[in-house]
Ligand binder design. Structure first.
Ligand code: NDP
Length: 457
């Protein structure tokens, strides 16, 4: 008789591979979702080696399946009295750590795969913040570009007319994301109030300050990304001072990442929108960008009218050919592929901070890690937005609102803690310096322990 012993490592690997195989079969058309799951699954193998109880409780198969997916029709009338129909989503992924929490994205690319990838990532990001919030995400394939203010309002009202029955301050708390800012959140909240006859301000975050919103929420994701990168740099005896920085996008996250990087003494030389990018070798004029994007709602190409020495180039990926010390992708998923990563590395990039969700594909991440570039993964680096959303919920519940400085100081501390926890988890599980593994594990372990405590359901 031969006795074969299977090592914990082999068991862990077989378990993770088995769950991923099944996931691929069940979601074969959901590329973004599978990509996000694969990135997390790979890094969890060392956890299952040390925690066979998670395998016994089949935590991975349970956590990858959302609590529920809500998909609904949004019918609304445009300014020409034509009836338009869009699809709305809310994925309530996990409420182990607190009410489902995650933004709403309005963009034509939105589909179930994208909302699931965002919702799954959100579980671990939210756990990392140390705040009592679960994971969820939602949105619609509605395209806000070119729509009038009245059309946006009517769409938001129609969207909330279905969504309201699924959310609540202790149930599910949506917020903004791409295409959803304070204006949209205001319209959504107004409709929620009319439908529920209740002024539950904690049901949505990202509201206007002075109207139930938190100061520093608008700045939180961008500032938080820079705070996180600053921690990575400090550990490497470095800083933002005098560094050349490239930031993609020119929306909410990008604008405030630029602002904080500049405040830390960096020269930010480029930013973009979905049509192209601007390069300003003397350093971007942030006031001009705010006027173009926040006041006029215009294209970034018009930046050259403000700064004659700046250049505009059509197309987005070229932005990564600009030599820089620090790159902050703050636009959208998969904006840095392996080739762009190699270009950034050969141009001497020292640090990457992911302000957007999943902006680097798996090949790019591996290139950065192999080259020893400091890499701040989205889950950790952009968690500042949802962290301040949780602080907004706390303020709404207590009816007491805090100063900008107080919220910003709390945000700063949360980002430092996320960095420390991710770094410690990476070391504990045998991957020192790898914050991708560290952030995934630090977030996962908290949720897995909560699931064990709650039993099987
Ligand atoms: P916004 O809608 O405010 O801005 C998005 C920006 O990215 C716009 O300038 C947009 O240009 C640009 N963009 C879109 N696609 C591309 C592309 N392919 N190449 C270059 N630029 C592009 O969104 P946010 O700033 O809120 O969100 C940006 C990212 O950050 C998303 O991944 C989001 O999920 C993530 N995030 C946001 C948080 C938040 O608090 N807002 C929190 C955590 C993560 P255009 O105007 O042409 O569309």
């Amino acid at each position: 008789m031969t006795i074969t012993t299977v090592s914990n490592e082999q068991l862990a690997k077989e378990y993770v591979d088995g769950v991923f195989e099944q996931l691929k079969q069940q979601n074969s058309h959901q590329a973004e979702f599978l990509q996000a799951a694969e990135e997390i699954f790979i890094s969890l193998v060392p956890v299952f080696v040390q925690h066979p109880e998670y395998i016994k409780a089949n935590i991975l198969s349970r956590i990858i399946e959302p609590d529920r997916i809500i998909s609904f029709r949004v019918a609304w009338q445009d300014d020409n009295n034509q009836v338009q129909v869009n699809r709305g989503y809310r994925v309530q992924y996990s409420n182990v750590m607190g009410p489902y929490k995650g933004g709403l994205r309005f963009h034509p690319s939105v589909n179930e795969s994208i909302i699931k990838f965002l919702g799954f990532e959100q579980i671990f990001k939210n756990a990392l913040t140390g705040q009592p919030i679960g994971g969820g995400k939602g949105g619609s394939n509605f395209d806000p570009k070119g729509k009038s203010n009245s059309e946006i309002m009517r769409f938001c009202q129609a969207f909330m007319t279905e969504l309201y029955r699924h959310i609540g301050p202790d149930v599910d708390v949506p917020a903004g994301d791409i295409g959803v800012g304070a204006r949209e959140v205001g319209y959504l909240w107004g409709q929620y109030k009319r439908l529920t006859h209740a002024s539950e301000s904690g049901v949505l975050t990202g509201k206007t300050p002075g109207y139930g919103g938190s100061l520093a929420r608008k700045e939180a994701t961008g500032y938080g990304t820079v705070y996180f990168v600053n921690e990575m740099l400090k550990d490497a005896n470095d800083s933002f001072e005098g560094k050349t920085v490239v930031v993609s996008g020119s929306g909410n996250v990008s604008t405030y990442a630029i602002e904080k990087a500049q405040a830390y003494g960096a020269k930010v030389v480029a930013c973009s929108d979905s049509s192209g990018y601007v390069y300003d070798p003397d350093g971007l004029d942030l006031e001009a960008i705010k006027e173009i994007k926040e006041v006029k709602g215009d294209r970034i190409s018009t930046y050259v009218n403000y700064r004659p020495d700046a250049t505009y180039t059509e197309g987005c990926t070229g932005i990564w050919t600009i030599p820089c010390d620090i790159a902050l992708p703050c636009a959208t998923q998969n904006e840095i592929n392996g080739e762009s990563a190699r270009t950034l590395i050969s141009n001497g990039v020292k640090a990457i901070g992911e302000g957007a969700n999943m902006p680097s594909d798996l090949e790019a991440i591996n290139e950065f890690l192999d080259a020893g570039v400091l890499f701040g993964p989205a889950k950790a680096a952009n968690a500042g937005g949802v962290a301040v959303s949780a602080l907004e919920m706390a303020q709404d519940s207590s009816r007491v609102f805090w100063s900008f400085e107080k919220v910003d100081a709390k945000l700063h501390q949360i980002m430092k803690d996320i960095y420390a926890d991710s770094k410690a988890a990476a070391e504990k599980y045998g991957y020192p310096g790898n914050l991708v593994v560290g952030a995934n594990i630090a977030g996962f372990v908290k949720v897995a322990d909560g699931m064990l405590a709650e039993g099987v359901y």
